[in-house]
Design a protein around this ligand. Structure first.
Ligand code: CO8
Length: 260
């Protein structure tokens, strides 16, 4: 597929997906969402891609939200369909089997904050700003903001942000647990790549199962989630990587994982 609104570069097993509408501060229109879906289908299916980073073009914005030009004239059915389609794209990111890191290089507002929250790990540049400003437009978050924000930072803080539309700086986002780390803008992408490389050096099946157990387990009661973990522990014991990783430790040598 030819992309017009995103860039997809694959380097050393890492897919770098750049939202590329800098004149609109990388706002997400319908075409961009379709391209994001196509890109993540490719990422999921391509065995040469081990993980992905999402970032924004330019130094000002990660994603300044859904494209507001789409809203006037939208009826109830269109609104629900738009929200469901966007949620579907972001679910594909969160529930895929490959690590996805958000490198938040500026404004992450509305759908931008929601995209970052669908990623497994969030690194922010020191100029990044986060918020769910939808109420200022007379709408509510529709790409998962009311749900993922509450799960990440707790209902009280999520309500504060979603009810006021306040925009917070990277340091505050870090303090409340919305982002994992804050870096100078110039270092952000390299730090995200370093993190991906570290994860790629581990057992690939183990990585996949950690993502699955955390993502799915968070939505289950503790008892069932622990069962899910035990089942995956059992499956991982059947892999060559389990033999290799444990033998390598005992033989005091680095492990060479095959992904089998
Ligand atoms: N949509 C469309 N265009 C945008 C958006 C956007 N979200 N954000 C910025 N732009 C455009 C501006 O219109 C402007 O275009 P132009 O140069 O043609 O006038 C250009 O980007 C630059 O923006 P500004 O001049 O406003 O730049 P500032 O530095 O002055 O301000 C801000 C930067 C603070 C980020 C400001 O642009 C802003 O407030 N943007 C809107 C932020 C926002 O409200 N985001 C939430 C949108 S709603 C949403 O995300 C809902 C998601 C779920 C939808 C579910 C159903 C579809």
């Amino acid at each position: 597929m030819d992309y017009e609104n995103i860039l997809l570069n694959i380097e050393d097993g890492i897919a770098i997906v750049t939202i590329n509408r800098p004149k609109a501060l990388n706002a997400l229109n319908a075409a961009t969402m379709n391209e994001l879906k196509a890109a993540f289908t490719r990422i999921q299916e391509d065995p040469n891609v081990k993980c992905a980073i999402i970032t924004g073009s330019g130094e000002k914005a990660f994603i300044a939200g859904a494209d507001i030009n789409q809203f006037p004239g939208m009826n109830a059915v269109m609104g629900a369909e738009f929200a469901l389609h966007g949620q579907d794209v972001l679910n594909q990111i969160q529930f895929g089997s490959k690590l996805v890191v958000a490198a938040v290089n500026g404004f992450a507002l509305g759908g931008g904050c929601e995209t970052a929250m669908a990623c497994h790990v969030r690194f922010a540049a020191d100029n990044a700003k986060f918020g769910q400003p939808e109420v200022s437009l007379g709408i509510i978050p529709g790409y998962g903001g009311t749900q993922r924000l509450a799960r990440l930072v707790g209902a009280g803080r999520a309500l504060e942000l979603c009810l006021t539309g306040d925009v917070i700086k990277a340091e505050e986002a870090h303090r409340i647990g919305l982002v994992n780390k804050v870096y100078p803008q110039a270092e952000l992408l390299d730090k995200a790549k370093e993190f991906c490389q570290k994860v790629m050096s581990k057992g690939p099946k183990a990585t996949e199962f950690v993502l699955y157990c955390v993502n799915r387990g968070m939505e289950m009661n503790l008892y069932d989630a622990l069962r899910l973990e035990a089942q995956h522990f059992g499956i991982v014991c059947a892999t060559e990587d389990m033999q290799e990783g444990t033998n390598a430790f005992l033989e005091k040598r680095p492990a060479k994982f095959s992904g089998k």
